[in-house]
Structure formats: structure tokens, C-alpha cells
Design a protein around this ligand. Structure first.
Ligand SMILES: *Cc1c(COP(=O)(O)O)cnc(C)c1O
Length: 385
């Protein structure tokens, strides 16, 4: 017999020094010294036992996003949608009702209006730019209001302060999807929100190579319920994605500021170009809404409308070949999305028109390129169509 084996057995080398970069910890299970030690660990809730319940790469990433949001105790989930799912599954039960903004992310609206009703949870969608309309949608069993402060893709501002006051008065929780605005521009807890969730996939991770979410409730008891739902329904993230996202997050503030300054330049450039019927950017003088909420940080999202409908839209994406036409946002590079053929294709043209989205409507997620490159690409393309 020998005490040597290739199967496990060799310990990770000890070192008096520690790695500068966060190590990637892929292990799905953790070794304990004895049943007593394991018992003590489960009792205290400290450390790691099994990766679905928690792992170091998720913890490191969650603590960084906590720092940005000015909170503690947030968790990472496998996608932005699973962050929303963990919140709904942890906080609601059959018979409860949700009021949601009518321009939330498409899948969030679908989750609330098509999936949750199968579990006895119903939702009403209402216009968040008017607190009176949100109040009219409230029922005696309403437990949660879900909003994005700046809607996608038409960049409409929610009637935020009035809705916060309404939620407090009616004793309803207020959850904010802060993906679009990010805590660099807007910190919902500073303004009275109860819950914040994110698609970390977008600006926070920033490199279009990790799909992740984040969710946190201000009340620790609610956060515990969200955590339990997350690990029980199995919405846990991969350590590798967390590791990539943390790497992306190191430069989040630099990327945000650069993309925002590019967005301001691009918005003003677009407004002067031929074939552009209108430009929407929160930093422009003609923007409608409580932009004071944003503390002067107007973000990287610019929307605009081409005159000439679908034909002009096709000609434009072909002419602007160096600007990726891709259904995402928050990448380091500038990407273009066309709601009528992607995120909002399920709506009738009439319903889209009501939301302010014609066939010529584009949303630009501005990246960190040299602004001259962007001005040239958009300028050449728009002058050529
Ligand atoms: C992308 C997105 C989501 C969903 O996130 P995934 O990571 O794709 O699951 C939710 N809300 C907003 C505003 C988004 O942009």
C-alpha cells in the first residue's frame, strides 16, 4: 500500500503572501474537519459548504456592488432575470399582487404577467411617469411595486418621489431595477427604495462575457427570504462568471464616466445630423423628467428616431457597419438596438407607437471609444442614407 494517489490528495500550497488578483474558486464543495466543525459552521452561517449555497467569487462580487449601492447583504444570481425571480419567489405568495411599470424590461413584464399568475400571483402594469396611474393600479393585496427609474428604450423618467411616498403611505414594498441607471447615476436606497436588483450582465460587468444578476433588500429579514429562494430554486451563479464580472467591475466607474461623456457628445451630434427626427438623452435641455435625481450623471444611453421608417433603419445599420447592431447594452463598445425588430417586436405597431417607438427608433448604448470615431461613424452613416 502507498499513501500516494493522483486522485485529489495534494494540498494547495501554503504561502505567507496572498494573491493580488482575486483567485477563481471553482470548487462546488468544501471540506470540513469534523461533524462538530460542520455543525458549527452551519449554525454561524459563515464560510462555505456547497457552492449552490454560496461561494467566494459571488461573495466578493456582491460586496463590491453593495458598496456601490450603499447597502450590505446583497447576493449574486445567475442572471438579471433570476435576480427578479429570487425577489418574487422570496417575498410573494399565492394571492399577492404586483404593480409594475409598463415599460419595464420585456422579460420582467412577461415574468410578472405570464409566469407568476400560474402560481397565483398577479400583476397590473401602469405608467410610472404618473404616480396617480400607479396608485390607480393598486389593489388591497398589492405587496410590491416594481419600477425602472429611466425606462427602456424611450428614456421616460418615473414620477419617483411621488411613488416612494405612495408606497410608504400604502405600506407596499418598492423594488427598483437599477440596471439602466446604475448606482453611479442613481442610488435607490438614498431615495426611499426597499429593494434593488440588477442585470450585472450589462454595465456593471461591462464586457458582454458574463450573465449575472444581483438583488438586495434593505430589511435583513426580507433579504434572508430572497437568499433562501435563490439557493433553493437553484438560481446560483457560476464562480467563473462572478470572477469575470468582478474583473469588469474594477473599471466600472472609469467606463461609466467615459461612456457618459461620449453619450453627451453623440446626443448633441445626432441632433444636428440629417434624417434624425428627434434625440432623447437625459443630459439635453429638452429632456422631460426629474433629472435632478441623477446628480448630473446622465449615463450612456441615447435614443433617437430616424425619419424614413424601416427602410431608413435598414440602410443606417448597414452604413454604420462598425457600430455593432446587437440586442444588449452596457458593453465597452457602442451597440445599437432597434426595438421594433427586437425587444418590442411582440407589440403591434399601434402599441409601439403609443410607447413612442416607430420603425425608425433606435437605442444606442454608448461605449468608451474615442468620441471622434463615434461622431465620424454616425455622421457618415446618417449622411449616406
Ligand atoms: C438585461 C436586463 C435585464 C435581464 O437581465 P439578464 O442578465 O439578461 O437576465 C433586466 N432588466 C434590465 C433593465 C435589463 O437591461
Amino acid at each position: 500500500m502507498t499513501d500516494k494517489t493522483l486522485v485529489r490528495g495534494v494540498e494547495w500550497p501554503e504561502s505567507p503572501s496572498t494573491p493580488l488578483a482575486t483567485p477563481l474558486q471553482m470548487s462546488t464543495a468544501y471540506v470540513s474537519v469534523s461533524p462538530d466543525a460542520l455543525d458549527a459552521q452551519y449554525d454561524s452561517g459563515e464560510g462555505f459548504t456547497y457552492a449552490r449555497e454560496g461561494h467566494p467569487n459571488a461573495t466578493v462580487l456582491a460586496q463590491k456592488i453593495d458598496m456601490l449601492e450603499g447597502i450590505s447583504g446583497g447576493i449574486i444570481t445567475s442572471s438579471g432575470m433570476s435576480a427578479a425571480s429570487a425577489m418574487f419567489l422570496g417575498l410573494l405568495k399565492s394571492g399577492d399582487h404586483i404593480v409594475g411599470g409598463d415599460q419595464l424590461y420585456g422579460r420582467t413584464m412577461r415574468l410578472m404577467t405570464q409566469e407568476l399568475p400560474r402560481f397565483g400571483i398577479t400583476a397590473t402594469l401602469a405608467d410610472p411617469t404618473d404616480a396617480v396611474k400607479i396608485e390607480a393600479a393598486i389593489q388591497p393585496n398589492t405587496k410590491l411595486i416594481v419600477l425602472e427609474v429611466l425606462s427602456n428604450p424611450t428614456l421616460r423618467m418615473a414620477d419617483f418621489h411621488a411613488i416612494v411616498a405612495l408606497a410608504k403611505r400604502r405600506n407596499i414594498l418598492l423594488a427598483i431595477d437599477n440596471t439602466f441607471t446604475t448606482p453611479r447615476a442613481f442610488r435607490p436606497f438614498d431615495h426611499g427604495a426597499d429593494i434593488v436588483f440588477h442585470s450585472v450582465t450589462k454595465l456593471l460587468a461591462g464586457h458582454s462575457d458574463a450573465t449575472l444578476g444581483y438583488v438586495v433588500a434593505r430589511d435583513p429579514a426580507l433579504q434572508r427570504a430572497i437568499y433562501e429562494a435563490n439557493v433553493t430554486w437553484g438560481l446560483t451563479p457560476s464562480p467563473f462568471d462572478c470572477w469575470l464580472a468582478e474583473r469588469g467591475l474594477h473599471s466600472f466607474e472609469l467606463r461609466f464616466d467615459k461612456a457618459q461623456s461620449n453619450a453627451a457628445i453623440l446626443a448633441d451630434t445626432l441632433a444636428e445630423l440629417p434624417n434624425v427626427a428627434r434625440v432623447i438623452y437625459p443630459g439635453r435641455a429638452d429632456f422631460e423628467g426629474y433629472i435632478s435625481l441623477f446628480n448630473g450623471r446622465f449615463g450612456n444611453m441615447v435614443s433617437f428616431e430616424l425619419a424614413g421608417g424601416r427602410e431608413a433603419a435598414n440602410a443606417f445599420t448597414k452604413a454604420a457597419a462598425k457600430i455593432a447592431f446587437a440586442p444588449t447594452l452596457g458593453d465597452i463598445s457602442t451597440t445599437l438596438s432597434h426595438p421594433a425588430s427586437s425587444s418590442h417586436r411582440a407589440l403591434t405597431p399601434d402599441a409601439r407607437a403609443k410607447l413612442g417607438m416607430s420603425e425608425g427608433f433606435f437605442r444606442v448604448s454608448v461605449g468608451i471609444e474615442d468620441p471622434e470615431f463615434l461622431v465620424q461613424q454616425f455622421g457618415d452613416a446618417l449622411r449616406s442614407i
